[in-house]
Design a protein around this ligand. Sequence first.
Ligand code: MN9
Length: 294
Amino acid sequence: MTKPFSGIYPALLTPFTKQNEINEAALTRLIEYNIKKGVSGFYVTGSTGEAFLLSFEERKQVMKLVKEVVGNRCKLIAQVGCIATHQAIELAKYAETLGYDAISSVAPYYYKFSFKEVKDYYFDIVNAVSLPMIIYNIPSFSGVNLSVDNLNEFLKDDRFIGVKHTSNDYFALERFTSAHPDKVFYNGFDEMMLAGLIMGADGAIGSTFNFMAEKFIKLQSLFSANKIAEAQALQTQINEIIAVLCEVGVMAGEKEVLNQLGFEFGDCRKPFKKLTDSEKLLITQKIMPFVEKE
Ligand code: MN9
């Protein structure tokens, strides 16, 4: 049984021009490149999209552009998380107006909010819109660790349809998926996608999918066909690439891969650093031979 929201979703990067503005043409081109590969949908303005380095208006600009380009060709999930509930609600309402399929949110971060406050944040959002919510669980960045019991508090409500699990706690993922077989679970760390599938994930949302979605689509189909040894070998090939990205900085490295493909993604916003010439060369030598041209 395939669930409606299963599959491979690139977490879209945000391209910037030399003037540090959003490069709409480059983003449009990236979306088309990925639709051709057969992705199931896109995750918009997440961590990978540098959402927390964009202004509020820029987040809306990206959400609007992506919907205009995609239309109804695949699913769209808008990550609306902000520290302030009222701002997350405003973005969620905007996603609804644009016709997104679902919203997702990181837990409110920075301050150590209590679980009651985190819970109220999510319920305030879902009470304000009619779109389904996918919880974005990323404890290493948000500082909020949702226990299995915490998660049940959300998932017993029909409006919470699933979880994006960006954590290497695969015991927790297995506990979530076996307690909630009807919900959708996404693996968040691309370098461990096979582990996520084995623990019951229905799909994955990832940053490296921006330029190598076809490898993850293949990985998922090998897993579904029970070809585990082949899937493991493919994960290893993928991880040779991700290891280089981790060495130079993941998002900046991904943008450089796209730059070398001719997409004009520019650099990440400061305080992220620019890549050095030797880091760019490492990408040319160790990643580019394995990347599919447009
Ligand atoms: O969307 C991404 N997570 C973060 C998920 O950026 C925090 C992943 O795709 C990672 O970038 C990737 C490399 O660690 O797995």
